[in-house]
Design a protein around this ligand. Structure first.
Ligand code: SF4
Ligand code: SF4
Length: 371
């Protein structure tokens, strides 16, 4: 498996475009492309944040990929994403605008068709089908461009996790409610990534996020772009660059166990791994997988007991809360209400998914440990 890596010191078109070109040439992506094919780029636009915040995929990375595709004769290029909140044209237009996607120009079409379609999954999958945004279903070729971040629930957010944004709008919190345990939720994510099956995954780690990701953390630049055809092994590799143990990230451990991620076969092309990388600060809520050494048959009961003892809950800081209601809108358990312009949380029923923290634009939600 070829893993490409390029050092890019800052978000500058003159630095990003040649790096993207070199990586896509090294992966021989042109051999996949055929005239008339529909190419969909799936960025991370989890919420309306300006490009300089380390939350969303930077528009210059998307632009470099779209313009490279144009040079290869590809004309049908669509940017498609379902961010947090409702999946409507108005909401997506605002997201595109704030995240700088409308500055890319004519090389890419910004999707506003907010329909979705049901896709049956392969035999043997626990999830029998997924409801996915239409451009993903119709695409001939999918380029997944994620942002490298820590994540309050899953510990890590890279290529696999980015594909959760192919589930339309407020169906995402419903899926959290359906699979509240990290083991089940991660299995769903792995099956979703197998179903979407992107042809290429690029990780924007020029600036990345540490701490309370995926939206409330802080900047931790890695000054790197990564690209690979192998979403699984690349996530294993990228988690390691953050100083995380990839086998403690449940979705990555599951990908290894399924034979999808093959870290032993990784071959780095491009720039060397920079020396002196520092470890990322983990989220306060972190629910990393500490079951790696627990025999398989004991894993489920062990997780059941440990997760209850170590459970974290969201708490609101009333001084920061402006009563916008975005947390209540995204809470799958329906336990948040807005009273006197402040969010009020009921602990009973909370599944610790941290969708509320993810969607809070004011960083007003913090984590309280049960112990
Ligand atoms: S999303 Fe944040 S600011 Fe908005 S109501 Fe909830 S806690 Fe308050
Ligand atoms: S309160 Fe927050 S963490 Fe708890 S279920 Fe609702 S969204 Fe998830």
């Amino acid at each position: 498996m070829i893993q490409t890596l390029k050092t890019v010191k800052e978000y500058k078109e003159s630095l990003i475009a040649p790096a993207i070109r070199e990586m896509l040439d090294a992966l021989d992506i042109t051999r996949d492309l055929k005239p008339g094919m529909k190419v969909v780029i799936k960025p991370n636009l989890v919420m309306a944040k300006k490009p300089e915040a380390p939350v969303t995929t930077h528009p210059l990375v998307v632009k470099a990929v779209a313009e490279w595709l144009r040079e290869q004769g590809i004309e049908d290029i669509t940017l498609a994403e379902s961010s947090g909140g409702p999946y409507t044209p108005e909401h997506m237009k605002r997201i595109y605008h704030v995240c700088g996607m409308d500055t890319i120009g004519d090389s890419i079409h910004l999707n506003e068709d907010c329909s979705a379609e049901t896709v049956n999954t392969r035999e043997g999958f626990a999830n029998h089908s997924f409801h996915l945004i239409t451009p993903i279903v119709k695409a001939d070729y999918i380029i997944n461009i994620c942002k490298l971040k820590t994540h309050a629930m899953t510990g890590y957010s890279g290529g696999i996790k980015n594909l959760f944004g192919t589930i339309p709008g407020l169906e995402k919190p419903q899926m959290h409610y359906r699979w509240p345990e990290i083991e089940d939720f991660s299995r769903m994510l792995v099956e979703l990534a197998e179903t979407v099956n992107p042809n290429l995954t690029i990780i924007d780690a020029i600036d990345a996020m540490e701490g309370n990701g995926p939206t409330g953390g802080t900047s931790h630049p890695l000054n790197l772009l990564l690209a690979s055809r192998d979403i699984w092994t690349q996530d294993y590799f990228a988690a390691g660059l953050m100083g995380l143990d990839p086998m403690e990230i449940v979705m990555i451990r599951q990908a290894v166990e399924k034979g999808l991620a093959k870290p032993d076969e990784l071959k780095i092309v491009g720039d060397p791994v920079p020396e002196g990388l520092t470890s990322f600060k983990k989220p306060d809520s972190i629910s990393l997988d500490f079951t790696g050494n627990v025999p398989g048959f004991l894993r489920k009961p062990f997780v059941f007991v440990a997760s209850r003892l170590l459970k974290s809950y969201p708490q609101v800081n009333p001084k920061l809360c402006v009563g916008c209601g975005k947390c209540a809108e995204s809470c799958p358990a329906g336990i948040i209400r807005i009273e006197n312009k402040k969010a009020k949380f009921r602990k009973k029923g909370c599944i610790s998914c941290f969708c509320c923290q993810e969607m809070c634009p004011k960083k007003a939600i913090y984590v309280r440990k049960a112990l």
